[in-house]
Design a protein around this ligand. Structure first.
Ligand SMILES: [Zn+2]
Length: 102
């Protein structure tokens, strides 16, 4: 188990029932704000948080939670391609981690 998962799971539980999101920088999980209009349905990573995280090193991956469970959505797949880095998703009800690649 990679270390960031433990930190992310704590964040995701705090944000429940909203989706939590963040980035991996140099192997460490970095919390970001979800500024989506409907954060229980979706996530939009605060662009300012993303910029601040990038000051500390290369952003290696994006992480978000699915509080109601489920696999990566079509929007997730498309957005992942745009960011050109892997996305890690934690499906909370069944405690399953998945990774999609751009
Ligand atoms: Zn998603």
């Amino acid at each position: 188990m990679q270390g960031f998962r433990h930190d992310f799971e704590a964040h995701a539980r705090e944000q429940f029932p909203c989706e939590a999101c963040g980035v991996i920088v140099e192997g460490q999980y970095w919390r970001c704000r979800n500024i989506a209009d409907e954060p229980t349905q979706d996530f939009v990573l605060d662009p300012w948080d993303y910029v601040v995280a990038s000051f500390y090193g290369r952003i290696e991956a994006i992480v978000h939670s699915h509080p109601q469970g489920g696999i990566a959505s079509a929007v997730d797949q498309r957005s992942c391609k745009q960011t050109k880095i892997p996305w890690h998703i934690w499906s909370m009800p069944d405690d399953v981690w998945m990774t999609i690649e751009p």
